[in-house]
Design a protein around this ligand. Structure first.
Ligand code: KE4
Length: 434
C-alpha cells in the first residue's frame, strides 16, 4: 500500500468489523487482484475518484448499469424530481407503468413484465414461472454463466454424470440442485445429448446470450439458434438472462441483435440507471401464471420503486433518443485494438473478447470459448495488469472473469489514456517486473 491509499485502507480495515469481508458484494474485496480495495468518494461521467483523491477512468461501470456514465444530468434531474414526491408508496405509480411500456416496446418477445429489485430476483422468479407453466422441474444452465445467487443455480458440474449440478456454495442442499443440469457454453453436442436423454423433463434453459461472467464469451454462430430449436422441439422454455446484455447490445438487447425470441427475459442493471432493479417478462400467456393472476407467487416491498423507475426511464429514454450505440461500439473497438496491439508489441500474449461495448482482456494465447478455456487464462497475470492500470489511473473490473464496460461518457481522450496506460503496463509485464 502506498501512502496515497491511506484512507481506502483505513476505511476497509474499519469496515471489516461491521461488514462481512468489509464489502457488500464479494468481488469488491479485490481478493482476485490483491491490494487495497479502493473506496470511492464520487463518480462523474467516465471518471471515479477514490477517497484518497485519485481519479480513474472507470471501466467497471458498477458492473454494467452505468451505460450513461456516473451521475448523468438527465438521471440526476429525474431522480431529484421523483424524490420530491416521496421515495416509496407500496402502491402503483406512473413511473413503473411508463418504464414497463418502454421496455415492452423495445423487446419484441416481451408483452408483459414484472419489476423486482435485483437481477437475482428476476432470475429466481423466471425459473419458478417456467417450472409452473411447464409442470416440469429440470433447469439447464451453462458452466461459467452467472445468474445471481439463486440457490438452484449456484451449481457446478458434478463428478461422474457430466451434467448433474452439485452445489457450488455452502448452504445449498443437494436436494435443491438435483433438478439443475450444467452444460458447457457453446457446446451444442452436449445440449443435444441432454435433450435426447431428458428433454421431456426440462422446464427451461437459461443462458446469458453473450456470457459475461466468465469474462466476455460470445455465442458461437448457431449456438443460440439451436437452443431455441431444441427447447421448442421438446416443449421447454428458453430464458435469456439479459441482465447485462439488455439495452447494452443495442436498444433491443441480445434478442434483437440475434433475431431470436426467448420465452422469458430477465433484466436488471441498465433498466434501473444505477438504482436497485430487476425485471422478468415474456408473452402474456406465460406471465398470467404470476400472482395475482395465477398461482406463481412472487412479491417485493420495493418492486417498481418510483425512484429506481424514474432513473431507469431517464436512462432508457436518453438511449432511445440519442442511440449512442454506434459511437459506443466504435470507441470500444478502438480501445480493444489499442490494448491488443500494446500487449503483443511487448510480447504479452492476450486474447480480447468483446461484444458491443463490453469486453475482457484474457491472459491466454488460446481462443476463449467457454468456462474451461476461460479458466486456463493466467488470473495472476491479470491481477498484475489490473494493478498496473490502477496505479496509472484506469479502473478495470477487479477479476479476470468479469466484463469491462464502456459508457457513452467515455471520450477519445479516455481511450487514448487507457491505451497508453496499457502500453506502459505491458512493458512492465513483458519484463516480468509488473
Ligand atoms: P444482481 O442480483 O447482482 O442484481 O444480478 C445478478 C446477475 C444476473 N444475471 C447476470 C448475467 C449477472 O451478471 C448478474 C450479476 N452480475 C455481477 C457481475 N458480473 C454483479 C456484481 C456483483 O455480484 O457484485
Amino acid at each position: 500500500m502506498t501512502t496515497s491509499d491511506r484512507r481506502s485502507e483505513a476505511l476497509f480495515r474499519r469496515a471489516q468489523r461491521v461488514l462481512v469481508g468489509g464489502v457488500n458484494s464479494p468481488v469488491r474485496a479485490f481478493k482476485a487482484v490483491g491490494g487495497v480495495p479502493r473506496w470511492i468518494a464520487r463518480g462523474r461521467g467516465s471518471a471515479l475518484w477514490d477517497v484518497d483523491g485519485h481519479r480513474y477512468v472507470d471501466y467497471c461501470g458498477s458492473w454494467g448499469p452505468l451505460i450513461l456514465g456516473h451521475a448523468h444530468p438527465a438521471v440526476l434531474k429525474a431522480v431529484r424530481s421523483a424524490l420530491t414526491r416521496g421515495a416509496s408508496f407500496g402502491a402503483s405509480s406512473e413511473p413503473e407503468l411508463r418504464l414497463a411500456e418502454l421496455i415492452c416496446e423495445a423487446l419484441p418477445s416481451v408483452e408483459q413484465i414484472r419489476f423486482v429489485s435485483s437481477g437475482t430476483e428476476s432470475v429466481m422468479s423466471a425459473i419458478r414461472l417456467a417450472r409452473a407453466a411447464t409442470q416440469r422441474d429440470i433447469i439447464v444452465k451453462f458452466a461459467g454463466c452467472y445468474h445471481g445467487h439463486v440457490d438452484s443455480l449456484l451449481v457446478q458440474v458434478g463428478s461422474g454424470a457430466l451434467t448433474l449440478g452439485v452445489p457450488s456454495s455452502a448452504g445449498v442442499p443437494h436436494a435443491v440442485t438435483q433438478a439443475t443440469r450444467v452444460l458447457p457454453y457453446n457446446d451444442l453436442t452436449a445440449a443435444g445429448q441432454l435433450f435426447q436423454k431428458e428433454g421431456d423433463r426440462i422446464a427451461a434453459v437459461i443462458v446469458e446470450p453473450v456470457a459475461a461472467n466468465m469474462g466476455v464469451v460470445p455465442p458461437q454462430p448457431g449456438f443460440l439458434e439451436e437452443l431455441r430449436a431444441l427447447t421448442t422441439r421438446h416443449g421447454a422454455l428458453l430464458i435469456f438472462d439479459e441482465v447485462i446484455t439488455g439495452f447494452r447490445l443495442g436498444f433491443g438487447g441480445a434478442q434483437t441483435q440475434y433475431r431470436l425470441a426467448p420465452d422469458l427475459t430477465c433484466l436488471g442493471k441498465i433498466i434501473g440507471g444505477g438504482f436497485p432493479v430487476g425485471a422478468y417478462g415474456g408473452h402474456r400467456t406465460l406471465m398470467k401464471w404470476v400472482a395475482p393472476l395465477g398461482p406463481v407467487y412472487q412479491a417485493g416491498t420495493l418492486s417498481g420503486n418510483p425512484i429506481a423507475m424514474s432513473a431507469g426511464l431517464a436512462t432508457l429514454t436518453l438511449l432511445q433518443r440519442r442511440a449512442g450505440y454506434a459511437r459506443l461500439e466504435q470507441l470500444t473497438r478502438r480501445l480493444v485494438e489499442g490494448v491488443r496491439t500494446a500487449a503483443w508489441s511487448h510480447g504479452v500474449p492476450i486474447r480480447m473478447n468483446s461484444v458491443a461495448s463490453f469486453f475482457t482482456v484474457f491472459f491466454t494465447q488460446e481462443p476463449v470459448v467457454d468456462e474451461r478455456t476461460a479458466r486456463r487464462a493466467d488470473a495472476r497475470r491479470y491481477a498484475r495488469f489490473f494493478q498496473g492500470m490502477l496505479k496509472r489511473g484506469v479502473y478495470f473490473p477487479p477479476s479476470q472473469f468479469e466484463a469491462a464496460f464502456v459508457s457513452v461518457a467515455h471520450t477519445e481522450q479516455d481511450i487514448d489514456r487507457t491505451i497508453e496506460a496499457a502500453r506502459l503496463t505491458f512493458a512492465e509485464l513483458g519484463t516480468g517486473r509488473g
